[in-house]
Design a protein around this ligand. Structure first.
Ligand SMILES: C[S@@+](CC[C@H](N)C(=O)[O-])C[C@H]1O[C@@H](n2cnc3c(N)ncnc32)[C@H](O)[C@@H]1O
Length: 401
């Protein structure tokens, strides 16, 4: 059992899902991103101690392991991969835990100050991945994210832990709505420093849309699950104005439980988006695998009811589509509910009956008809009906992250 108020005594069950997403994403991310030849930096902005008292890895040890792996790829550009760990309280313990790890540096101090120094640095030709995992929401000023985007780094990805229920609870208190809002972080006293105001909450949320969400909940027009969903939808809409692709997954113990928080991802790269959708779906599948009947409960909504995955694909291809674009549209619509691999499998199963698939090149190196669904190495067009005319679509060359 966790000691009340001590975050690092033991890793909570749901934190394992969050770590699984970070861990599994970083490996393919680093393998791809380093191919662009620019230095790559992973910034763990609320790094913590490095390890939990029960011996489990914290985010710094996960990141350090992935950086070490990346450096061992046989690739000319991977030597300049580094991780920086920003921590204001446990920097000394963290330093002890990551000593000897190649390419890792602890920056003792405040996230806010460090972000400002990233923003004022003239160095722009870098790939940055920011992992932002604070206790609560009060450090999550939205304008830091727009600042990072405006800095025009070579590439930029954000993975943010957003405590949506904690936010709504604090918002309800500030608006004096007197709502009962559960918050897993209650015992940790994260937000109670008396400094919050509705203006601060607007700055964190990137707008005041959350106030109307809470008022609707107060008027009983929506339940709390719907309020949480409406809040995250508003947040992603703001983030969509900065990044080409965004996605979030609720981190929870059971599919009918309230999310502990949301993991929010933003990128400008389709490959990163598709990879992250894969990892978020895996985490969601782990939640479902703990359910007695493996059913969707929280997300058992009208969008998903009564339609098969093939119906959902069909609905997206009024005209033939490149597989990659099709996957992006489906992920934007259904989020983490299905993995990109599920969609590809469903298309293959329906190939020749429900779906027509045209590939360029059409044959393999050995002269056989290609059955590839790999949009990185070939162009794959998906339509309905038995066959697509190549002239009916503009064939684009695949590009890499
Ligand atoms: C949720 S914990 C991070 C856990 C860590 N990501 C892990 O997986 O092990 C948040 C950490 O941020 C640190 N922290 C809180 N406010 C900070 C700030 N303004 N700047 C830097 N670190 C901060 C806390 O001391 C704490 O160690």
């Amino acid at each position: 059992m966790a000691i009340k108020g001590d975050f690092f005594s033991v890793k909570r069950e749901w934190s394992k899902l969050k770590d699984q997403i970070l861990d599994h994403y970083l490996s393919p991310y680093l393998a791809k991103i380093t191919m662009n030849g620019y230095p790559t930096r992973i910034a763990d902005c609320f790094a913590g101690k490095g390890a939990f008292d029960d011996g489990s890895e914290g985010s710094p040890l996960i990141i350090a392991r992935r950086v070490e792996d990346a450096k061992s790829f046989p690739h000319p550009h991977n030597s300049d991969v580094k991780a920086v760990f920003i921590e204001n309280k446990y920097a000394a313990e963290l330093q002890g835990n990551i000593a000897q790890k190649p390419g890792c540096e602890v920056i003792p101090g405040e996230y806010e100050t460090c972000v400002k120094s990233f923003l004022t640095s003239p160095i722009r030709d870098r790939n940055y991945f920011f992992y932002v995992d604070p206790y609560g929401v009060k450090s999550l000023d939205f304008h830091y994210f727009s600042g990072l985007r405006d800095a025009n780094f070579q590439t930029l990805e954000l993975l943010i832990n957003l405590n949506t229920t904690g936010f709504l609870r604090e918002g309800s208190r500030l608006l004096k709505l007197d709502l009962q809002v559960p918050d897993w972080a209650d015992d940790l006293d994260y937000e109670k420093d008396g400094l919050n105001t509705t203006d601060r909450m607007n700055e964190i949320a990137g707008g005041d849309y959350w106030q109307e969400v809470l008022k609707s909940y107060k008027r009983d027009e929506i339940d709390f699950h719907e309020a949480e969903e409406a809040f995250i939808a508003g947040y992603l809409q703001r983030l969509d104005q900065l990044f080409a692709f965004t996605i979030s997954v609720p981190i929870m113990e059971r599919s009918h439980h309230m999310p502990k928080y949301r993991l929010v991802f933003a990128t400008n790269h389709h490959s990163g988006f598709i990879l992250m959708a894969t990892e978020m779906n895996k985490a969601w599948q782990s939640v479902l695998s703990n359910e007695p009947d493996g059913q969707l409960t929280l997300f058992d909504d009208a969008t998903l009811k009564g339609t098969s995955i093939q119906d959902r694909i069909m609905a997206e291809i009024a005209s033939p589509s490149e597989l990659r674009e099709l996957l992006i549209r489906l992920i934007r619509k259904y989020g983490f509910y299905h993995s990109p691999a599920d969609y590809k499998r469903a298309i293959k199963e329906g190939e020749g009956t429900l779906f027509s698939v045209t590939r360029e090149p059409a044959t393999t190196k050995t002269g056989r008809l290609s059955t590839s669904m790999d949009y990185e190495t070939s162009t794959v067009l998906v339509g309905t009906g038995p066959r697509i005319s190549k002239k009916s679509v503009n064939m684009k060359q695949p590009d890499l992250l």
